[in-house]
Design a protein around this ligand. Structure first.
Ligand code: MG
Length: 272
């Protein structure tokens, strides 16, 4: 009997705690920020399809959204790397980029000479594209590397001729008026469903022949795809400019208890 009562009492106490966020029985914390409603975006049928607010850079038809597109080829809905890099006509700052790529099914060459291309954010910062399936090279030059800065955390590449997916979240570097670095670039990347770069802080650009450095540039830049002499294929390329949720601090954070509202500064003084 005693045990049954205890169970009922405990259940009642739990229900009070559980419902406290909506009741006047306990304090509620409010942050004092007036948030704008997040934009409503329609997802695609699959997560690899562009959401409704994406800018589609290649939809399987043509290279009209790219400079130098006339020197690359579109065949059966996919792009084949050609002569010289292609560069998106539109420029981006912070963004989410989806791109799918495939190294040639006929394996030729080795190391950096096998299925080499690259995705350049802002035209300057390369995440490597390479046939890294049973193909050893220096680790900070394999597929998914930020070239000469860091290898990917894992090698999850599919074999030659198969399709790989990069989903990239890019934070552009910021520069002061005098050209000094205000904040570096960061990249997070997911390859074929696994995180390969987690908020990696770039040391600068990614050339072959000198250390990385930041050379001031504008707050937007193009996406470029590298010509490294190998007929790497690309498809389904889309970008979403991104920005933090918008809100304004309209009052000091406070605690609400029924009709009583206590600013956090006072509430802290009360020793809570
Ligand atoms: Mg490359």
């Amino acid at each position: 009997m005693f045990r049954t009562c205890l169970t009922i009492v405990s259940a009642f106490a739990a229900s009070i705690v559980f419902s406290s966020s909506n009741s006047a029985l306990a304090d509620e914390y409010l942050n004092g920020i007036k948030w704008e409603e997040p934009a409503i975006v329609s997802p695609g049928k699959k997560n690899s399809d562009p959401p409704s607010d994406a800018i589609v850079l290649f939809n399987g038809k043509d290279l009209n959204n790219w400079k130098n597109g006339e020197n690359w080829t579109v065949k059966e809905g996919v792009i084949y790397a050609g002569k010289g890099p292609i560069t998106s006509k539109e420029e981006f700052g912070d963004c989410q980029l989806h791109i799918e790529w495939s190294s040639p099914s006929e394996v030729k060459g080795n190391g950096q000479g096998r299925g080499n291309s690259g995705v350049f954010l802002m035209g300057k910062y390369e995440i490597q594209v390479l046939d890294s399936y049973n193909n050893k090279t220096y680790f900070d030059g394999q597929a998914g590397a930020i070239y000469k800065q860091t290898p990917p955390m894992v090698n999850i590449n599919r074999g030659p001729g198969e399709w790989n997916t990069y989903d990239i979240i890019w934070t552009a570097p910021r520069f002061e008026e005098d050209g000094s670095l205000k904040s570096p670039a960061y990249i997070t990347a997911i390859c074929n469903g696994a995180v390969i770069l987690n908020h990696f802080e770039l040391l600068g650009d990614t050339p072959f022949n000198r250390p990385p450095k930041y050379i001031p540039h504008s707050d937007k830049g193009p996406i470029s795809l590298q010509d490294h002499g190998n007929p790497v294929r690309f498809r389904n390329i889309w970008v979403r400019p991104i920005a933090p949720a918008k809100g304004e601090q309209v009052r000091e954070p406070f605690i609400r208890d029924g009709d009583k509202e206590t600013p956090i500064s006072e509430w802290k003084k009360s020793g809570k």
